[in-house]
Ligand binder design. Structure first.
Ligand code: ADP
Length: 404
């Protein structure tokens, strides 16, 4: 925008000068005759020249600071005696840009550089056959200085306005974001409080159920037994859900400055999940390089645990789960690959949404609450990483986590 304004201003400033150059260069013969006539009179009598040679119509078209220089074929200046501008001796005939207006810098007799706009045209005049080229030159030094000053003022004014508008937009953005942040904070605080409040009655219920289950109840009939086992299962589910919600709301506050040996952590997760894997006949494989990660040990354990647990749960019996960790450039790539039946392309993003499940009843059957991957995504986010879901060659799923 500023560049456009400056360009328009520059063109406007020089338009008078450039149109005068065009006008003069289009009437070559008139000006050659006027100048050569004056030159010959000067040689005869300088006083006469002043009164007799001026052509008022032609002179009108010439703006101040204009000079016309006539050249012979061998680049000699033919009207040296009536050139007014001081730097004419340093002016060289340039045949490259014939009929084009351009800017040049010449050093004047005081050693200062001055700017000029110049146009050179070919001449074919029968009265003065020696004249082969005509250069029209106008001193634009004052215009250039004024232009520089205006440009500086415009840039300062524009920069000031930019800074003001950036400041105003940052202020407005913060101001409009405030209610959103406030409502997000309120929502977070609600989840945190609700999870805390639910934890205590749940713990009491679970304890009572455990106590009840540990003692014998000969009077219980089948239907009572079924009710008790259903209550036990649902209380466990509720407990798991509340714990995950609480973990999610507390994620930000957990320190992430531990140096974690990924291979050891993966081995620990696989050992903890071995009973579940055996139950399903799944083979767990660890292929981790000796890599280190800066983060929270507890959270990364949770991340790997949830991914491997899913890879076991949503796998076929006799399948395999492979965990790899490699350093690629400066990034750590952690993958969990299974041989299950995969995830449809269009749902690969949605599985990270809280409570989203591909098959609700199967997930419930397997003890899932639909929060495992939502927690995984949050853990990845607080470690500034990214997570991808891909199909693999075994028609299963590969989760790839990349840490910077
Ligand atoms: P859940 O507690 O139901 O396992 P998650 O958030 O861990 O919840 O996973 C969400 C859903 O994503 C699951 O219900 C399941 O349908 C799907 N899913 C997760 N991991 C896999 C996997 N490795 N293979 C196939 N489907 C998966």
């Amino acid at each position: 925008m500023t560049t456009i304004i400056l360009q328009i201003m520059r063109n406007g400033l020089y338009s008078n000068v450039d149109s005068s150059l065009s006008r003069i260069s289009s009437k070559t013969d008139d000006y050659v005759e006027m100048i050569m006539g004056r030159s010959s009179l000067v040689n005869q009598d300088s006083e006469v020249s002043k009164s007799n040679n001026s052509n008022p119509k032609l002179s009108e078209q010439i703006v101040a600071n204009t000079d016309i220089i006539l050249f012979s074929d061998d680049r000699k200046i033919l009207n040296a005696d009536n050139i007014f501008f001081a730097s004419w001796e340093s002016l060289k005939l340039n045949k490259k840009y014939l009929s084009k207006i351009y800017e040049i810098s010449l050093t004047n007799i005081f050693g200062h550089e001055e700017k000029y706009h110049i146009v050179t045209v070919k001449v074919k005049n029968s009265s003065y056959p020696d004249v082969k080229y005509m250069s029209v030159i106008i001193n634009v030094d004052q215009l250039a200085t004024a232009n520089e000053r205006y440009e500086r003022i415009i840039i300062v004014v524009m920069a000031t306005f930019w800074l003001i508008s950036i400041g105003a937009s940052v202020y407005l953005a913060n101001w409009t974001r405030k209610p959103i942040i406030e409502s997000y904070e309120k929502q977070k605080a609600f989840v945190e409080n609700a999870s805390h409040e639910l934890r205590t009655p749940l713990a009491v219920m679970q304890l009572q159920i455990d106590l009840y289950n540990s003692s014998k109840h000969p009077d219980n009939d089948t239907s009572a037994q079924q009710t008790i086992s259903m209550i036990t299962e649902q209380t466990e589910r509720l407990g798991k859900m509340v714990r995950t919600l609480l973990d999610m709301s507390e994620l930000q506050t957990i320190a992430r400055d531990e140096e974690i040996a990924i291979s050891a952590l993966v081995e620990e997760v696989l050992a903890d999940l071995e009973p579940l894997a055996q139950e399903k006949g799944i083979n767990l494989i660890e292929k981790c390089d000796n890599v280190l990660l800066m983060g929270s040990d507890i959270l990364i354990y949770r991340l790997v645990y949830n991914l491997v647990e899913n890879a076991i749960k949503y796998n076929f019996s006799d399948g395999t789960v492979t965990v790899t960790a490699t350093q690629q450039n400066s990034q750590l790539h952690l993958t969990v690959e299974d041989t299950g039946n995969g995830i449809p392309e269009e749902l690969k993003e949605r599985i990270f949404e809280p409570f989203f499940r591909l098959d609700k009843s199967r997930s419930r059957e397997l003890g899932g609450v639909g929060l495992g991957l939502a927690l995984v995504r949050e853990i990845v986010r607080v470690h500034n990483g990214s997570i991808l879901v891909k199909n693999n060659a075994n028609s299963g799923t590969t989760f790839e986590v990349i840490f910077p």
